[in-house]
Design a protein around this ligand. Structure first.
Ligand SMILES: [Zn+2]
Length: 530
């Protein structure tokens, strides 16, 4: 490209110089003729030859320049559309359907259903809603226990957010099939199937795809249709597009730890924030900026050539520093769904020749797999229990210095806190009615497993022992009874307290036995209980 630019400049310079020399040569000829009208026919002939030579040179230069210009133009048009195969798809796209060789919506639906039948042991197919034109938004869940709640993180991949960016939907079908074909033979496939609940929505915008348009059937850009943190976009829930509403409800149903949407038109892993307060194009990192950079780098460095990008150092970019958007999906996920989402641009060319899809899959394969696997191979994972009766507590995990909290699951109180490797993190577990606990961890590239056992919070009111949480041995009714007795029969009251204490001790011992039998993450390097 640089050579062509240089050649172009040289040719342009030469043409300009020759353009000046041509009239000069003519003038020179005229001058010669005027100065020596008959004396020097040879000099006149030589000036004539000189003029002809300049003319020839100019014609030659112009022709070469035009050729280089055409080539140069081609380079510009394709610099953002690196072709993986030799073809002239761009020039023929106007007359031929862009989607030739790509799955139609009906093909996609068929592929999803066939996958569900072929890989029924590790998958389930469900729909999260319908598009404007009524096309179901099909999801493939891949897990060794699909549809069941487990103490495992959940990840979601969404393709085809923009109707005219179809590469993602094709890649996600490749991904699902690869996992099915390699489960129990490939360690990475097995790790993902057995330790993550992976949900794949190949097409969020089937209407846009069939219309070959960016927006949905109502011409709304779905990646601008989410509630925004800075500007009151789309406040009215009813006016939000059905595809957007489906995603919002989906994220309410399933506690996703992380996710990624697949786009086309560039090659970069983009992370929040997507917008700035003043709409300026400048770097604006979210509280988990380091973690997001780490996540995005996992994708770019596992990719065939994303990390070697000249436009984006390391193949990653902060959304707002690239171009700010408002109403985007990734910021909404981080703020409202507790989900760390990336926006992945997986192909420079939005509509590469369908023959290139297997190659683009190969280029993105390890990235797609490693990003999902990072949910169990990195970060901090564990559960929160009550020291009182060993029951799981759906508490909150926070990291000192990072203004963000992660909520433990309601059923098993498992939490999954993605974090960039670092020497020290102070982790705090909190739950209303319980004393908070904190501990310091050292986190390298591997995952750390850390369970918390929280003690109930007691307060003394008057002479009566009271607690403000619900528990089997010290529940409110008992305390009211104790209070009633306290005023009249002190001995009875003391005996009652002693019995309660004994019962609590017994329950605590049972609780401890329960903690020791809890399953730990199979990939966690160290385990601890605090
Ligand atoms: Zn897009």
């Amino acid at each position: 490209m640089k050579m062509k630019k240089l050649l172009f400049s040289i040719l342009l310079f030469a043409l300009t110089v020759s353009s000046f020399l041509l009239p000069l040569s003519l003038a020179k000829g005229a001058l010669f003729n005027f100065a020596s009208s008959s004396s020097s026919s040879s000099s006149s002939a030589s000036s004539c030859c000189l003029t002809l030579d300049f003319l020839k040179l100019q014609v030659l230069l112009t022709a070469t320049l035009l050729l280089v210009l055409e080539d140069f133009d081609k380079c510009i048009n394709t610099s953002h559309a690196r072709h993986l195969l030799e073809d002239d798809v761009i020039r023929t796209q106007t007359s031929v359907d862009l989607a030739k060789g790509y799955m139609t919506n009906a093909d996609l639906e068929k592929a999803i259903k066939q996958f569900g039948q072929r890989c029924s042991n590790i998958s389930r197919i469900y729909s999260i809603g319908k598009s404007v034109h009524g096309f179901p938004l099909w999801v493939i869940e891949i897990s060794d226990k699909p549809g069941e709640e487990e103490t495992e993180p959940a990840f979601k991949y969404i393709g085809n957010v923009h109707g005219d960016e179809p590469v993602g939907r094709e890649l996600l079908i490749y991904l699902a099939n690869w996992l099915c074909d390699n489960y129990l033979t490939d360690p990475l496939a097995t790790l993902i199937v057995e330790n993550v609940h992976l949900h794949i929505l190949p097409s969020m915008n089937p209407d846009g795809y069939s219309l070959r348009k960016r927006g949905n059937a109502n011409e709304v850009d779905l990646n601008r249709d989410f509630p925004d943190q800075f500007f009151p976009l789309n406040y009215n829930e009813d006016s939000r597009q059905p595809e957007t509403r489906a995603i919002i409800n989906w994220a309410k149903d399933i506690r996703f730890t992380a996710s990624a949407t697949l786009h086309g038109g560039a090659l970069v892993a983009n992370y929040p924030w997507d917008g700035t307060k003043d709409r300026s194009t400048s770097y604006f990192g979210c509280p988990d900026d380091e973690t997001f950079q780490f996540m995005a780098s996992i994708y770019s460095h596992s990719h065939y050539n994303m990390s070697t990008s000249k436009e984006f150092p390391g193949g990653i970019t902060n959304g707002a520093s690239w171009y700010p958007i408002y109403g985007g999906m990734q910021d909404w996920n981080y703020i409202h769904a507790g989900c760390f989402e990336l926006t992945l641009e997986v192909s420079d060319n939005k509509w590469p020749n369908a023959a290139e899809l297997p190659i683009i899959w190969r280029y993105n394969k390890m990235s797609l797999l490693n990003l999902v696997a990072s949910l169990v191979k990195t970060g901090l994972h564990g559960r929160i229990y009550s020291s009182h009766d060993g029951r799981p507590l759906p508490g909150i995990i926070s990291i000192t210095g990072i203004n963000y909290t992660v909520r433990a699951g309601k059923t098993f109180a498992d939490y999954h806190r993605l974090l960039a490797p670092k020497d020290k993190y102070e982790v705090v577990a909190t739950m209303p009615g319980y004393k908070s606990k904190n501990t310091t961890i050292w986190l390298d590239e591997g995952a750390v497993s850390l369970d918390f056992v929280l003690d109930p919070e007691f307060t003394v009111k008057g002479s009566v022992l009271q607690n403000d949480y619900d528990c089997n041995c010290n529940n409110k009714r008992t305390l009211e009874f104790v209070h009633f007795l306290g005023g009249f029969h002190l001995e009875l009251y003391l005996i009652f307290i002693a019995t309660l204490g004994f019962l609590c001790l017994l329950l605590l011992r049972r609780g401890k036995l329960k903690f020791s039998t809890q399953r730990l993450s199979p990939v966690a390097k160290r385990t601890a209980v605090v």
